[in-house]
Design a protein around this ligand. Structure first.
Ligand SMILES: Cc1cc2nc3c(=O)[nH]c(=O)nc-3n(C[C@H](O)[C@H](O)[C@H](O)COP(=O)(O)O)c2cc1C
Length: 366
C-alpha cells in the first residue's frame, strides 16, 4: 500500500498546522491578513454555498476576494447533492485557491434545511459519494470539516471519517460537538481521538481552542495532527502567536498597530461607512476586551457609523491607557486553569453569531 504524501507539506506549511477556521461574516481578507501576520499557517474564506456559486451570485464572488499579499488561501463550500458539489468544485478548482474544504458541519437552520452543512453527515454513504465525485473534480488538496454526529441518537463521526478517507480526501477536520449541541456543550476529545485512531489521513481538531494550553491539551488527548482556531481568534488574533511561542502578553502599542491595520484594510476594501463599518464595529467590540475602560468604549462604539469615528475611539482609548501606564492587555485567568474566555457568559456565544452563514445562498435564490 502506498502512503499519500502529507497534504500540509504539499501546501508548503508545517505538518502540524494551526489553522484559522472559515468564519462566516468574519474571515474576509483584512481579518485573514491580521491572523496570518500573527502566525496562522492557513486561512480560509468564509463558507460559500454551491447553489449560489452555480447561480453566479455576485455576493459569492465577492466573498472569494483574495488580497495579493496572501500566499496561501483555502476555500470552503457546502452544497446539497453530489452533482451540485462536484460542479461547484470544478468551478473553484479554476480559481485562485490552494486548497478546498467541504463543509459538513454547519448547524445553522437555514443551511441544514436546504440539505447542506451538518445535515450531510446523517448519511455516511452519501458522504462517500460526494467526496468521491468532488475528488474527481479537483487535484488540489481536499479536506472535509465535520461534527461528531447529528444528535445523541445519530452519532456518525466514525462512519463519516471512514467514508471521507476511502473517497480520497486529504485530511479531515473534526469539531468535537454534535449538530444539536450549542457552545455550552463540552468538546468531546475522546470522540475526536477515536476518529483519529480510525483513519490514516491527517486529522485537525476543532472546538474551544482559545490558548496554547488548549491546543496542547487537544493534541495530547486526541493525537490530532493540528488544530483549527475559531472563536478563539475573534478579537484575539494573537492566539496564533501564543500557540506558537507560549507568549500570551499583548502590548498596547502592538495591539494598536494590529487594530489600526485591520481598520485601514477594511476601509480600503469596503469604504468608510455602511456594511464595512458595521462589520468592523463587531471586531472592535471584540478587540477591546481585556483593556480597562473597555466597557465605556463598547458603549460609545455602538453609536459610531464610520470607520474614521471608530478609529478615533480606539486612539482615545490608547491615549487613556498610556496615561494610566497600562501597557499589557489583561486576561481573565481562571483558578480552574480553564481557558480564559471559555466561561465568560458574554463570550459563550450561541448560533445567533453564525448569522451571515449561507446568506450568499439566500441572496442568490431570492
Ligand atoms: C462567527 C462564526 C462563524 C462561523 N462560520 C463558519 C464557517 O463559515 N465555516 C465553518 O466550517 N465553520 C464556521 N463556524 C464554526 C467554527 O469554525 C467552529 O467549528 C466552531 O465555532 C467550534 O470551534 P470553537 O469552539 O473553537 O469556536 C463559525 C463559527 C462562528 C463563531
Amino acid at each position: 500500500m502506498t502512503t499519500k504524501p502529507n497534504p500540509f507539506t504539499r501546501l508548503g506549511i508545517t505538518e502540524s498546522p494551526v489553522i484559522l477556521a472559515p468564519l462566516a461574516g468574519v474571515s474576509d481578507h483584512p481579518f485573514r491578513r491580521v491572523c496570518t501576520g500573527l502566525g496562522a499557517d492557513l486561512t480560509y474564506v468564509e463558507m460559500l454555498s454551491a447553489t449560489a456559486l452555480l447561480f453566479d451570485s455576485p455576493r459569492t464572488w465577492s466573498m472569494m476576494k483574495r488580497h495579493e499579499s496572501e500566499k496561501i488561501l483555502g476555500v470552503q463550500i457546502t452544497g446539497r447533492s453530489v452533482e451540485e458539489l462536484a460542479r461547484a468544485v470544478s468551478v473553484l478548482d479554476k480559481q485562485n485557491f490552494e486548497t478546498i474544504d467541504l463543509n459538513m458541519g454547519c448547524p445553522v437552520s437555514k443551511v441544514v434545511k436546504s440539505g447542506c452543512g451538518s445535515s450531510l453527515i446523517k448519511d455516511p454513504e452519501n458522504v462517500f459519494r460526494i467526496v468521491k465525485a468532488v475528488r474527481e473534480s479537483t487535484d488540489k488538496p481536499l479536506s472535509v470539516k465535520i461534527r461528531l454526529g447529528w444528535d445523541k441518537q445519530l452519532i456518525t463521526g466514525l462512519a463519516v471519517a471512514d467514508a471521507v478517507e476511502k473517497a480520497g480526501a486529504d485530511w479531515l477536520t473534526v469539531h468535537g460537538r454534535l449538530r444539536n449541541d450549542d457552545y455550552s456543550a463540552p468538546v468531546d476529545l475522546e470522540a475526536i481521538a477515536a476518529i483519529k485512531r480510525s483513519i490514516s489521513i491527517p486529522v485537525i481538531g476543532n472546538g474551544n481552542i482559545f490558548s496554547r494550553a488548549d491546543a496542547i491539551f487537544m493534541k495530547e488527548r486526541t493525537r490530532v495532527d493540528g488544530v483549527m482556531v475559531s472563536r478563539g481568534a475573534l478579537g484575539n488574533p494573537w492566539a496564533f502567536r501564543e500557540i506558537a511561542t507560549g507568549s500570551s502578553d499583548v502590548e498596547l502599542e502592538e495591539w494598536l498597530i494590529a487594530v489600526r491595520n485591520h481598520l485601514t484594510w477594511q476601509q480600503e476594501e469596503y469604504g468608510d461607512q455602511g456594511g464595512g463599518a458595521v462589520c468592523m464595529r463587531k471586531h472592535l467590540l471584540w478587540y477591546v476586551r481585556g483593556w480597562p475602560g473597555a466597557r465605556k468604549v463598547r458603549e460609545q462604539m455602538t453609536q459610531v457609523s464610520s470607520l474614521t469615528g471608530a478609529l478615533d475611539l480606539i486612539e482615545q482609548l490608547a491615549e487613556h491607557l498610556r496615561s494610566e501606564r497600562c501597557s499589557i492587555r489583561q486576561e481573565t485567568v481562571l483558578e480552574t486553569g480553564a481557558s480564559r474566555f471559555q466561561f465568560d457568559p458574554k463570550w459563550d456565544m450561541d448560533r445567533s453569531l453564525d448569522r451571515g452563514v449561507g446568506d450568499d445562498l439566500m441572496t442568490a435564490i431570492q
